[in-house]
Design a protein around this ligand. Structure first.
Ligand code: UDX
Length: 436
């Protein structure tokens, strides 16, 4: 099928390349000309495992191209909207102006029978509000939320857990759903559940999924707070809970909490929209989820300060990690980077290292010290804090090796990803989060 993908960020670029790999004829469109130039040259503009290969193959096959002019969307059967919906500068709600602008620019390019498929995460009611203008052109608007995780985006796009398509219960809506069935034929034939809903339900599925995941993470971090006070170990609690098949172990990773371009802003937007709908009480717990999450960053800083007996000024602190999670170079609302910034604010000589995110981190926080190499960051450190659980720190750094580099054997494990016993046995003052 011929398709356009409007917005080529973490979501759109991967979607475009993945669709081309399925045999579709795809044009990716973005207003950012440097991003378009990079994608058109086969260079992924951000760190995403597997994307470069897909780009390379797609471009070589002639089925994938990128441009910055919406005119190129003309003639596509399906137009995916994959632009960002960041938090509004004025408050907790989502800023949907990029979605509105994309549709506005797309309208003159639409032909009767075209399908416009929204993938961006939007407040419930957005599709119904914008659908009329699309319908007036003879095209149909459906909502097809995207659940991909950064770092696993290629995998999640090609083999999703489920596909959800929201459409109006009209003949045009049904036809549009059939078009999306053709788009995702390979995944559907492989057994991927394909759920058809109304527009509002599809929008809410995405909001609910992110709210649930954020709640699960904050739940275990709330237990970590109690475990800290009681002298218990949250990692063992998570393990024990995880064996209960009703609960499951995933997203029970305790530590400095969630960040990134999605979960934090999405739970705020979800609560803000529920309040607009007069149902703020129903999701009031999301404010607590947010508050628990932010408290973990304070807690990590406090652990470092306490381990240094309150003497932070001028002390050298190695911060292992800057990305909001491993396998990503994304530092948007990164808890890792915030811990580094706070320690620097207390006068510490902070040296941040990360296998992928230093460039992005430096652009946001040029005041911090940076080291490309892990061992360079560790050298002469008075304390070490692990804030992103890259394998380079979690698996490949031994306490013995680190001990040969640092000045003080203090390690704060902000992701509860290290073997506490092994570090302690090597003479380290190891401190986890919610662990004895
Ligand atoms: C998330 C959702 O998973 C995805 O479905 C949605 O489309 C976008 O938002 P992403 O932001 O890429 O994806 O990352 P994810 O892997 O979900 O992690 C989010 C944050 O939670 C990270 O900061 C991560 O470190 C943290 N996290 C995750 C935990 O603190 N503990 C866990 O157990 C899992």
């Amino acid at each position: 099928m011929r398709m356009s993908v409007i917005g080529c960020g973490y979501l759109g670029a991967v979607h475009a390349a993945a669709m081309a790999s399925l045999g579709h004829d795809v044009v990716g469109i973005d207003v950012d000309e440097s991003r378009v130039a990079s994608l058109a040259a086969g260079v992924a503009p951000f760190f995403e495992p597997g994307l470069a290969d897909l780009l390379h193959d797609g471009l070589a096959s002639g089925r994938l191209r990128f441009c910055s002019d919406m005119i190129e969307a003309t003639g596509a059967d399906v137009h995916f909207l994959a632009v960002g919906t960041p938090q509004s500068p004025e408050g907790p709600a989502a800023d949907v102006s990029f979605v509105e602008a994309a549709i506005e620019l797309l309208l003159p390019r639409l032909r009767p029978g075209d399908v416009v498929a929204g993938k961006s995460t939007v407040p419930v009611g957005t599709a119904a509000r914008l659908g009329g203008r699309v319908t007036a052109t003879g095209a149909t608007l459906v909502w097809n939320p995207e659940f991909l995780r950064e770092g696993w985006a290629v995998h999640d796009t090609l083999t999703p857990d489920r596909l959800v398509v929201g459409a109006d219960a009209t003949a045009a809506g049904e036809r549009a759903v059939d078009v999306l069935r053709q788009v995702y034929r390979i995944a559907i034939d492989a057994g991927t559940p394909f759920l058809v809903t109304d527009l509002a339900t599809a929008e809410l599925v995405k909001g609910a999924a992110n709210a649930f995941l954020a709640t699960k993470i904050s739940f275990i971090n709330a237990i970590a707070e109690v475990a800290e006070a009681a002298g218990a170990d949250v990692t063992l609690i998570a393990e024990a809970l995880g064996h209960d098949t009703r609960i499951g172990r995933r997203y029970l990773g305790s530590g400095i909490g969630f960040g990134g371009g999605c979960l934090p802003k999405d739970i705020r937007a979800f609560a803000a929209r529920a309040e607009e709908l007069g149902r703020g009480d129903a999701v009031a717990f999301l404010h607590e989820v947010d508050a628990i999450n932010l408290r973990r960053r304070d807690r990590a800083v406090r652990l470092v300060v306490d381990a240094l007996d309150g003497l932070v000024f001028g002390r050298r602190i190695a911060v292992l990690g800057a990305a909001f999670k491993p396998f990503s170079d994304d530092v948007r609302d990164s808890p890792a980077l915030e811990v580094a910034v706070r320690l620097r604010g207390l006068g510490a000589d902070v040296v941040v290292t990360d296998p992928a995110a230093i460039e992005n981190a430096r652009a946001q926080h040029p005041q911090l010290g940076y080291a490309e190499a892990r061992d360079e960051a560790l050298r002469d450190a008075d304390a070490v804090v692990v804030v992103t659980e890259w394998d380079e720190y979690r698996r490949h750094l031994t306490p013995q090796h680190a001990a040969g580099l640092v000045r003080g054997r203090i390690i704060v494990d902000g992701r509860n990803c290290l073997d506490a016993a092994a570090w302690r046995a090597a003479g380290w003052n190891y401190r986890g989060m919610g662990r004895r």
